[in-house]
Design a binder for this molecule. Structure first.
Ligand SMILES: Cc1ncc(COP(=O)(O)O)c(C=O)c1O
Length: 446
């Protein structure tokens, strides 16, 4: 796990250091807004804020980057170019430059964000569909083993896809129990593994609490049991340095509309360790995975390597958005993004401790920075109404069942003063109890 920062065990007291962010705190963290402004003045990533579109309302604070990242201006310009020139004028001739993009952009993600050498990452389909492809391919590679392991707090689509695969194959889906706030327990996982297990699939950062799993350690536990390991990187790609090759991971999937800022419905990516990319067979036998595609041959003959994991025509507009988003993160540097993510979330937790506990809030994310991704979750019995009231005062976070408020700063754009302002608005509405006037029922639209 990448330790970019250290501070004494006694929370909030002593000195607090983030690489790239210097000595953030001496003695007790100050609570006044001038301290946040001081942190912003020294922020080495501050210049990236102007590279993104801003909401029309300048007072709006966006803390939902872990759901949908903001729009990079370079992406807006690049999409206009792809649509207006490459498609508008180039027409079908542009496929010459488009056709290699899924692999090219995959390599870019691999090099800068997820620690994967070339030829192992492909931009393709959605996370859900990629999970289906990779999980089936992995199970076929472990004949004789008929158990899939995941955890009961994994993201719903992961649990559903694995449930479907288990049912279709007549396999067992072994669901381990995970603490909603603390994340997957290595001991519980190890106890669930035996010689029947073919595949373990877990999220690297938990969608609800932000708990960060130890990829290297868990992958080793899974390999010791003879199973393959598949990681969901949706909440860690672009926010936490990931070392897929070095950790020995077999397979991974992840989305691009969160920290990669590629926009709604942008295609996902998949990773297959090089040696497996030549050995595994994925279940969707599409023509984009076919050797000598335009020979239009009579039967499926997969192209060797990572491109075999594509299926149909790639979504080019979305793929260039992934490329631009990744280029921006690469320019900022994943270590600095991680350092700022820790600094923002630690600061948020400190303010929540000081201001919100008295109103019934409790931290529902790991307190140790090395165990947390880039968002913070707060428990409150009325979290749903509070999340809606918070939006009405200009702070966009989100709600997660059963009673959690999720606040996800965007390391590349969020300022420390945004965190201060958001928590200040939150404490005011908690103190006024204005949220109690809102309807209690949960809208299914959000
Ligand atoms: C951890 C995780 N996995 C999977 C998904 C869903 O992926 P998609 O809807 O892009 O297929 C999400 C969406 O938020 C997620 O957070």
């Amino acid at each position: 796990m990448n330790e970019v920062y250290a501070r004494p065990a006694e929370y909030g007291v002593g000195s607090w250091r983030c690489r790239g962010y210097g000595e953030l705190v001496t003695a007790v963290l100050p609570l006044d807004s001038s301290y946040a402004q001081r942190l912003d003045a020294g922020d080495p990533l501050a210049r990236f804020r102007d590279r993104f579109a801003r909401p029309a309302d300048p007072s709006l604070i966006y803390l939902d980057g872990n759901s949908l990242g903001p729009l990079p201006l370079a992406t807006q310009a690049r999409i206009a170019e792809v649509v207006g020139t490459e498609w508008g004028h180039g027409l079908v001739r542009s496929w010459h430059s488009w056709v290699g993009l899924p692999r090219e952009v995959g390599d870019l993600i691999g090099r800068h964000l997820i620690g994967a050498g070339p030829g192992q990452v492909l931009v393709s389909d959605s996370t859900t569909v990629n999970l289906f492809k990779l999980a089936n391919a992995a199970l076929d590679a472990r004949p004789g083993r008929r158990v899939i392991v995941t955890d009961d707090d994994n993201f719903p689509t992961d649990r559903y896809v694995l449930q479907g695969i288990a049912e279709q194959r007549g396999y067992e889906l072994r669901m381990i129990h995970t603490d909603m706030d603390l994340g997957v327990s290595e001991e519980v996982l190890a106890a669930a593994l035996d010689r029947e297990v073919a595949l373990v699939s877990l999220s690297h950062v938990a969608y609800r609490s932000g708990a960060l799993a130890d990829m290297r350690q868990i992958t080793r536990i899974v390999h010791d049991a003879g199973a393959l390991m598949l990681w969901d990187l949706c909440h860690s790609a672009g926010s936490v340095p990931i070392e897929l090759d070095a950790s020995g991971a077999d397979l991974a999937i992840g989305c691009t509309y969160k920290y990669l800022n590629a926009g709604p419905g942008a295609p996902a990516f998949l990773y297959v360790r090089e040696e497996l990319a030549y050995r595994l067979r994925q279940p969707v036998w599409g023509w984009f995975g076919q050797n000598d595609q335009f020979a239009m041959g009579p039967s499926y003959d997969p192209v060797p390597g990572i491109e075999h994991f594509s299926a149909g025509t790639p979504p080019i507009i979305g793929t260039v958005a992934v490329q631009e988003g990744t280029k921006l993160l690469a320019e900022a540097g994943i270590d600095l993004l991680r350092a700022k993510g820790i600094a923002l979330t630690s600061y948020l937790i400190h303010l929540a401790d000081e201001w919100l506990v008295t109103y019934g809030f409790r931290l529902a994310s790991p307190r140790a920075d090395a165990r947390r991704g880039s968002h913070v979750t707060l428990y409150h019995p009325d979290a749903w109404r509070i999340s809606q009231a918070l939006i009405s005062v200009g702070v966009i976070g989100d709600y997660r069942t059963p009673d959690r408020l999720r606040l996800g700063p965007v390391p590349i754009t969020t300022r420390f003063i945004d965190v201060w302002d958001a928590l200040d608005r939150l404490r005011q509405l908690a103190a006024d109890e204005t949220y109690k006037a809102l309807p209690a029922e949960i809208s299914r639209v959000t």
